[in-house]
Design a protein around this ligand. Sequence first.
Ligand code: BTN
Length: 239
Amino acid sequence: MIGHTVVRLEETPSTNDFAKGIAGRPDADGIVVLAGRQTKGRGRLGRQWFSPPDAGIYMSIILKRPLHGKSPSLICPALSLALAETIEYFSDLKPLIKWPNDMILNGKKAAGILVEKTNDIFVAGIGINLNTELHEFPEEIKDKATSLKAESGMDWDREEFLKKLFLISDGVLSGLSDGDHGELLKKVKDRSFTLGKTVKITDGARVFEGEALGFESDGSLLLKVADGKIINIRSGETE
Ligand code: BTN
């Protein structure tokens, strides 16, 4: 059960790092580490994750369960879907999932997911701009970032949101353990910000440009590049 134990911290450098430190516990699977603020919140590609006190949700889920087949690369879409469904449950917002890990509301990023691995145990970090005010965002992300409050006009109840997110994540991740990827990917496709668009994807030194056509069963992206060839991309940053 996701959230069978919730470790609540007022402040920590990064909930992902804290979670990795306790991932060896026998009951680690499903433990959630939650912080009021992070002093070294980490985004993908070594970026910082803006983590001001109490405005957002900064959490990490430890996943020690057996994940079927290639499904580890599906953790990101699975949790993005759980997040989207939780937002939809409480509001009329239409969250979209930008491959591989961004939650987009009205064209701007409201949440992100960072999955890391330690000794074959996955730690899925989720950062959500819940009640963050737009003027709080630092200059460099001001034009690209938003929050659930800014887009819905309402104050979000953190505890109610977390309860629902744990429940929905539990269902989605159980489906993953059972190998039930088809249904998951269909729901992700229905909410995709990426599919059908011409996108530029950077993966380290490699850059790919083309039309995003669909997903493979392992969650990787199918891209139609200039010469008409269809390539399969497992990870990267989408522009
Ligand atoms: C991204 O979009 O770049 C991923 C952002 C992930 C941020 C979360 S906040 C909780 C957890 N702890 C971290 O240091 N990072 C993740």
